[in-house]
Design a protein around this ligand. Sequence first.
Ligand code: PLP
Length: 223
Amino acid sequence: MYDVATNLHKIKDNLPKGVELIAISKYHPKAYIEAAYNEGQRIFGESHVQELQGKVGELPEDIEWHFIGHLQTNKVKYIAPYISMIQSVDSVKLLKEINKQAAKHNRVINVLLELHIAEEETKYGFTLDLCREWLASGELNELQNVHISGLMMMASNTDDEAQVKAEMMAAANFFDEIKAKYFADDAAFKERSWGMSQDYDIALACRSTMIRVGTAIFGPRVY
Ligand SMILES: *Cc1c(COP(=O)(O)O)cnc(C)c1O
């Protein structure tokens, strides 16, 4: 096994105050999660419903699971009873389905709106304009069983640090814009989830509050 404990501490122990580490455990076996858990890590991120379902029942109950992958609406019902946060809300349709399933369990599910800022066409998420448009519609007020806790994004997968930084700063500035306009009275709208193994140091310079790190903790994924 990769030296999970050492890798975890190297990252976690140097994080600025107010920044959470989400350990991305997708494609890694239970034993890796347990190794991180034993070092005090409690928040883990997964991107496939079936894989997550398999892990949840076999791991400690006080783990907070974050969903970070593209989520199909017909699968929301499986994770709605327990998911701690859905970071990858990339459409209004998905948000409405989460609201509906959360209501069935008498829960309010915390979510992040995923922004599409990177240049790659394959990335999911709201464009800034679509996000502005939807917030202006006031439809959010009808969704009593979801709480928008902030924004999530993935920067372009490139060595060009200036580009990565520009994309993350665009997300940070957009956070300020909608915070002021729609969430000024909601102290719990505060999360800026960006930064992965390759770029979390840049993300920290761009006001990230949640870094999502997999490979740098657990090693390369075996697909
Ligand atoms: C897999 C994944 C990560 C972690 O990527 P690493 O490069 O392994 O750190 C972070 N965010 C999302 C959305 C992912 O799918």
